[in-house]
Write a protein that binds this ligand. Structure first.
Ligand SMILES: NC(=O)c1ccc[n+]([C@@H]2O[C@H](COP(=O)([O-])OP(=O)(O)OC[C@H]3O[C@@H](n4cnc5c(N)ncnc54)[C@H](OP(=O)(O)O)[C@@H]3O)[C@@H](O)[C@H]2O)c1
Length: 277
């Protein structure tokens, strides 16, 4: 009898990884976490921090199929990701499912999408099989764009965003991890069922949150100026925040795809569903 492939799930203390771990509980996946004390109950737990080659290598031994959830944004995320990818290849991982970003490219308008292009390249170069999940903005996070006055302010103009529910990203990841051979080499662009302007997002949030939300367009210069004044943030962080909106303005987050339904068999969740589930 052959041993079933062993699945490893990073980010298991977070939203996406936690959902995927729960969805695959019947396959006894290994939870790879930075802090075992916060690991979800019921799983074999191993400690791994992406930048730490030794702990990663140790944790990845015996893992065949790996969900690599992109790390929290830092200035050194690319290098941390590259180290973890190298550790995975060295440990003998055969297939990596990676949470990338819609339109990932080294010259993407959204600066953080460039990290994802870099990581995709590292995974391709590693020789491991892969499945890339290029997630649009998370619909679940939309309320975080609203300030205390009920305003979403940013230079998105009348551009559109096809935000995706995290539950759908997790469903696609779980499907790919269950049957990696069927998804080897695939790059899925994961979107919601429609592309909305920020004004439309504000209207939807007004109903969903039960309080008035407005979208206010602003210039790129104004976007930098108030964020610089309001937060003690480094330049890369300001660039990431502002370019979230300029990427929408440029149409780089507007693509609606059928990939969620194609992989999971169910339609992509709406913004309202993402907020209420
Ligand atoms: N598409 C979008 O709109 C969008 C928005 C925000 C973020 N993201 C990206 O999508 C990822 C997943 O989203 P999420 O909601 O599941 O995030 P989350 O709830 O913050 O979970 C992130 C997970 O990654 C782990 N992690 C972070 N940095 C790590 C590192 N350097 N080494 C090892 N593990 C690390 C965290 O561990 P700890 O619990 O120890 O921190 C946590 O388990 C985020 O990490 C971010 O890269 C995308």
């Amino acid at each position: 009898m052959t041993t079933p492939p062993r699945i490893g799930i990073t980010g298991a203390t977070g939203n996406i990884g936690g959902r995927v771990a729960a969805a695959l509980a019947d396959l006894s996946p290994v939870a790879l976490v930075r802090d075992p004390a916060r690991a979800p109950a019921g799983f074999e737990v191993r400690q791994a921090e992406y930048r730490d080659h030794e702990s990663s290598l140790h944790a990845l031994r015996g893992i065949d199929t790996l969900l690599m959830v992109s790390a929290h944004e830092t200035q050194r995320r690319r290098e941390d990701h590259r180290r973890f990818v190298m550790a995975a290849a060295e440990a003998g991982v055969r297939h990596v499912v990676y949470t990338s970003f819609a339109g990932a490219a080294l010259d993407a308008t959204f600066t953080l999408a460039r990290d994802h292009a870099y990581t995709e390249d590292a995974i391709r170069a590693s020789g491991m099989a892969f499945t890339f999940l290029r997630d649009n903005l998370y619909a679940d996070a939309a309320p975080h764009f609203v300030n205390a006055e009920g305003v979403i302010r940013g230079p998105a103009g009348s551009g559109r965003v096809a935000a995706v529910a995290q539950a759908d990203v997790a469903d696609v990841a779980a499907a790919a991890l269950r049957n990696p051979a069927a998804h080897a080499g695939a790059t899925y662009t994961l979107s919601g069922p429609e592309a909305l302007t920020m004004a439309e997002v504000a209207d939807r949030l007004t109903v969903a949150l039960g309080r008035e939300v407005r979208y206010v367009d602003e210039t790129v210069e104004a976007a930098y100026a108030w964020r610089r004044a309001a937060y003690d943030a480094e330049q890369w962080q300001l660039d990431a925040w502002v370019s979230t909106y300029t990427a929408i303005a440029a149409g780089e987050l507007a693509e609606v795809t059928g990939d969620v339904e194609g992989v999971t068999g169910h339609p992509a969740r709406t913004l309202e569903q993402a907020l209420t589930e």
